[in-house]
Design a protein around this ligand. Structure first.
Ligand code: FES
Length: 313
């Protein structure tokens, strides 16, 4: 399916930095249906930005609009600032919905959201609730005033909703949270620190990995001390990966075909075997044991601690 021409039909300021945007098709026809957890890539000036679709009710078969919530990142690459500059009546084009974070609505669930990572989990929890399954929704952030939708979520879900604010005594207790999972599925979305912490606790508590689902909600960041390194592939070609570019960026520029999807380090599709060298893991896919073993790498985000990596590509 090609690009869809859309128009902004509503903008609501949720917090100082978060706005909700409602977008419909320019010609008023229904939009493609979507599954809870899905996102849409919107075209902004310097590329595409993905935002999860928000629905507090089961997703209609023929939606007439999409709702997203955008947090303005003033130090980001400009996409969120461009989205925040949109007003009612502005045109925006976007791709069809895509779902990398499906929910099993036939099983009980515990949802853990960090900050703006709440967005995909809302429709997922709504689906679990509509299917009559038990669920708990934990939403963690710095303060209630800086978080999207807390009052609406409490109104919708009552006691199933738990707000955890770092500036109060309600801060998220991961040990208690993991202990409460039982036979439920655990869904986590938010920044890397939260994902790593929840996954670490889930591993210690022996929650099977098939019941732990996660999506990273932050762009891969450039670290100040990132240095260039070399990557050698199976035909002997050697490429230099400079700071600010991923291994995938450089391989694609040189017409080397690689498979990838999320480009955030959370889907595992781009994983390659490391034949020589030491990876600097920046993903959220690998367990600590896999990171320590160092024999695979997610080439969308991870870099090298050694001068060269020899990869099975
Ligand atoms: S593309 Fe998803 S982990 Fe690399």
């Amino acid at each position: 399916m090609g690009k869809i021409s859309g128009v902004v039909v509503e903008v609501t300021k949720l917090t100082d930095r978060i706005s909700s945007l409602t977008i419909a098709a320019t010609d008023g026809v229904p939009l493609p249906s979507w599954q809870p957890g899905a996102h849409v890539e919107f075209d902004v000036t310097d590329g595409a930005r993905a935002y999860s679709l928000v629905s507090f009710d089961p997703v209609p078969k023929l939606p007439t609009s999409y709702q997203i919530a955008v947090q303005r990142e003033d130090k980001g690459q400009g996409g969120s600032v461009a989205m925040h500059s949109l007003t009612v009546g502005d045109a925006i084009s976007f791709g069809p919905p895509k779902n990398d974070f499906p929910v099993n609505s036939d099983a009980p669930a515990v949802f853990v959201a960090g900050g703006i990572g709440v967005t995909p989990l809302i429709s997922m929890a709504a689906a679990v609730r509509a299917a009559g399954q038990e669920f708990a929704f934990h939403y963690s952030g710095r303060s209630a005033g800086a978080m999207a939708y807390p009052a609406t979520l409490f109104e919708q879900w009552g006691d199933a909703f738990h707000l955890h604010c770092d500036d109060s005594e309600t801060a998220l207790d991961l040990n208690a949270l993991v202990a409460s999972v039982g036979d439920a599925h655990l869904y986590v979305c938010g920044p890397r620190g939260l994902l790593d912490a929840v996954r670490g606790k889930a591993e210690v508590a022996n929650i099977p990995t098939e019941r732990v689902h996660f999506e990273l909600f932050e762009a891969a960041s450039v670290q100040v001390d990132d240095a260039a390194f070399e990557v050698q592939i199976n035909d002997g070609s050697v490429f230099t990966i400079p700071p600010g570019k991923s291994i995938i960026d450089v391989l694609e520029e040189n017409d080397v075909d690689v498979m990838y999807d999320c480009q955030r380090g959370d889907c595992g599709i781009c994983q390659c075997d490391v034949l020589e060298g030491t990876p600097d893991h920046r993903d959220v896919v690998l367990s600590q044991a896999e990171r320590d073993a160092g024999d695979v790498i997610q080439i969308c985000v991870s870099r090298a601690k050694s001068a060269r990596l020899v990869l099975d590509i």
